[in-house]
Design a protein around this ligand. Sequence first.
Ligand code: ZN
Length: 500
Amino acid sequence: MTALEHLRSKLAEISDLNGAASVLGWDQQTYMPPGGVTARAEQLGTLVKLAHEKLVSDQLGALLEAAREEVSGLSGDSDEVCLIRVAQRDYDKARKVPSTLVAELARAASLGLEVWVNARETADFAAFKPALQKIVDLHRELARCLGYEEQLYDALLDQYEPGMKTSEITRIFSELRAGLVPLAQAISEKVASVDDSVLRRHYAESQQWKFGLDVLEHFGYDFARGRQDKSVHPFTTSFSVNDVRITTRVDERFLPTALFGTLHECGHALYEQGISQNLERTPLASGASLGIHESQSRLWENLVGRSHGFWKFFFPQLQGLFSENLSSTSLEGFYQAINRVEPSLIRVEADEVTYNLHVLLRFELEVDLLEQRLSLDDLPAAWNGKMKEYLGVVPPNNTQGVLQDVHWANGLIGYFPTYSLGNLISVQLFEKAQRQHPSIQEEIEKGQFTLLLTWLRDHVHLHGKKFLPAELVERATGQLLQAQPYLAYLRRKYSEIYSL
Ligand code: ZN
């Protein structure tokens, strides 16, 4: 056996353990009875520990070194060289963080979550503050262990968006903010011109479910290699390239919840189902980063699913299923309703235009917190100040302000910017695909998505985690990651809807 073959077999074992942990996680959020919770935590803990031990072993380090020599003649973008590079990165990161810190972070996150749930209910930031301070302090320590060249925050960001720098995001986001604030402001003066009450009628769950499945099939989601179930929070999980599952939730009083949730998760799942079979059971069999992953979900949810062309084909079908609600609504009226914009307090309910302003605000605050330019005592006021400045609205309490998102409580710092990066990348990819295949638009209007999906397969999905996100964007589009295409898309679309 060569060192590379030996390395592959060790990495496959780690991949199997992680896959098994994902099955248990999926079951926990879909079908597990409440009584299973304690045993499940133990089972997951054991699997994660075994995978970690295998990853940080001296043997794996030696195999990486020996395998690197064996592939020294191969090109930099071959599967073999990429595999060794990514496995080495995972190995180095895992070895740099002492297990005591890993355990402390896990404890702080679990305590943080518990305290946050109560603090959020009572809008009591002071009650959450000590737990959050602990999480911030531990993340400063984590960043020092992981190491960074420019800024402390880089190390945290790199866990979710490999290779991305805080300075780069700061530059892109300031361009984004400069374009978004006036656009949101202009629309907010015309909020009343679009009415979305048609979406708030009663829509039977079974019919919503049926429509969602129909769209999934049209998009090209492979039900022989996946399935859809219900969960409280929608998610996508992958146990293998050939078993990629999604979940959704249904609100009978608000049509967009299941509809766009399903399209969003489908975008994530198409990515995972499209990864090359050659990468199966390796660390390359996943998305390049959270940002790239989100670009896929946003592309199918927003650029396709909230487009006029898409509804040209699907609206008559939706009308057929819900004739009582929709027979007197025009395609135009429905298109406007699903694209209604209104500056509001809660990120997860935000529209395409204002969503990124919520993300920008969190990014700026978490960088300032980590780099000690902002103290937790001043955090709620800083949050409210930015809400006023960017969106023109101020939370009446901390539940609708600084306490609304679970991420910080759960120890996810460095994660928020990936949401907006995904939005920016989605437009760059979609426009490049359309330049290469101008008939993509005509296909969408006929409910066909093969050209688009094939382009995404070839330029994004197949490669799995082989390339850094910025590199992948450049290979696929010939451009650097940037804000202008996204801003231009929003201006075009919403100037028309709101007659700006
Ligand atoms: Zn997503």
